[in-house]
Design a protein around this ligand. Structure first.
Ligand SMILES: Cc1cc2nc3c(=O)[nH]c(=O)nc-3n(C[C@H](O)[C@H](O)[C@H](O)COP(=O)(O)OP(=O)(O)OC[C@H]3O[C@@H](n4cnc5c(N)ncnc54)[C@H](O)[C@@H]3O)c2cc1C
Length: 392
């Protein structure tokens, strides 16, 4: 059975559904092919079930890409306000958690329903459990062969298959494979926004601290993020650690400033005549268990009045710049995003169309554009989907 459409979108996630609705609203005949039995699986689990759907402070600087300027056009063309307008039109209530991060008040399922309803309103067909077997281009027509839902012909084909993080939610390398098949470069991928795993020594040193959180600034490769650093059974997590994981490379270190609000040297100096253990003094700043363990592993187990100036300066320096060398990340299974993907140098930043293959589009996380934590990835899904939906 051959089904003729103007547009075929592969992947019913955030970006594919958004792009499909935009194209449908322009009068294009659109079908979305989704390999799983449900749509928007990642949106559903996003933001802990409340979907951090955008950020009021979106700038190009919140994105990582080999070509940092690529995202500018799409972000200018579709702003957080534009998405908020849609959210409000569909009666979804939301709130700002912190730092411009907008979350649903009730559930991320509302955003999934909104995406589905927009598609319905725009006359878009969604085909579930579609097994795309083969894609070729004959002249100006793409031929998409599925194993179970027919053969589709279209003039515009959009790959919206997402990044390969959380494969348990349907992520595949399909988009990268099709890009490569059409001669487009794909930037090697690595997990992003992912917990870090201790090396063997740190694992032995900190195994008892799982569950403890310490307010700190964590930096890596010139980027610094503040928040609660969470000790886990295997390593470190929490917002600032997830953020720096996107900048961390195997073999590199992260630096933790345990004293982000003040000068540790002045703090220690003001207490240097105290007879209490250093760990007890630091217990006023961090949790007792962390303070004790941190002092033990650094051999700072003495009353503070027994340290000389040089030693106290060294401890202060260490509190501001505690370096750790993680062994690895927790990998794609626990990563909220992926660095790398279809090389943006191959695509038009205005339309997301491949420069050397007319009618072939990419949208969302399948591209080499990765947002920081805080609603930036979903905003990229909307902004790139909008750009591509207006043209394909
Ligand atoms: C646990 C978790 C929490 C997150 N929380 C947030 C958050 O709060 N805020 C935020 O901004 N970002 C968050 N993200 C990231 C965000 O969800 C993604 O960046 C976003 O969903 C990417 O949209 P996309 O449309 O490109 O891909 P996806 O939403 O992943 O959609 C891709 C779709 O393509 C389908 N597909 C794949 N291969 C095929 C194929 N061969 N044939 C047919 N269909 C295929 C998949 O089944 C999927 O439905 C989170 C991610 C995870 C994993």
């Amino acid at each position: 059975m051959i089904i003729n459409k103007d547009v075929v979108v592969i992947g019913a996630g955030a970006s594919g559904l958004f792009a499909a609705a935009e194209a449908g609203m322009r009068g294009r005949r659109v079908v979305v092919l989704e390999r799983s039995a449900a749509l928007g699986n990642k949106v559903r689990v996003s933001g802990g079930g409340r979907c951090n759907f955008t950020n009021l402070n979106v700038t190009p600087d919140n994105y990582i890409s080999q070509n940092p300027r690529f995202c500018i056009s799409a972000l200018t063309g579709f702003t957080p306000r534009d998405f908020i307008e849609i959210i409000e039109r569909y009666g979804i209530r939301y709130y700002e958690k912190e730092q411009g991060q907008l979350f649903c008040k009730i559930s991320s399922g509302e955003v999934v329903s909104m995406l589905r309803r927009r598609c319905e309103d725009a006359g878009v067909t969604i085909v579930y459990n579609a097994k795309v077997h083969d894609i070729t281009k004959r002249g100006d027509v793409f031929v998409i062969v599925t194993n179970n839902t027919g053969v589709f012909h279209c003039s515009s084909l959009c790959l919206a298959t997402g990044g390969i993080s959380y494969p348990q939610l349907g992520a595949t390398t399909f988009g990268y494979r099709i890009a490569a098949q059409f001669g487009l470069n794909v930037i090697p991928t690595r997990p992003a926004l992912v917990p870090l795993v201790f090396n063997a020594k740190d694992s032995a040193d900190f195994s008892g601290l799982a569950g403890i959180s310490v307010d700190a600034v964590v930096s890596c490769d010139g980027r610094a993020f503040r928040g609660g650093v969470l000790f886990t059974q295997r390593g470190l997590s929490g917002p600032p650690v997830l953020q720096v994981s996107s900048y961390w490379r195997a073999g590199g270190y992260i630096s933790i400033n345990l004293f982000p609000d003040g000068d540790a040297w002045e703090f220690l100096l003001s207490r240097r005549r105290n007879k209490a253990e250093l760990a007890t003094i630091l217990s006023g700043v961090f949790s007792k268990n962390f303070a004790r363990r941190w002092c033990e592993i650094n051999s700072y187990v003495r009353p503070i009045n027994q340290f000389n100036d040089k030693e106290l300066r060294e401890i202060a320096g260490h509190l501001h710049d505690w370096k750790l060398w993680p062994a690895k990340t927790e990998g794609y299974k626990r990563a909220e995003a992926v660095i790398g993907g279809v090389d943006t140098g191959e695509l038009s930043s205005k339309t997301m169309e491949a420069k050397k293959v007319n009618g072939l589009y990419f949208t969302g996380e399948v591209m080499d554009v990765t947002g920081q934590l805080g609603g930036y990835n979903l905003h990229w899904a909307w902004a790139s989907g909008y750009a591509c939906g207006r043209h394909m």
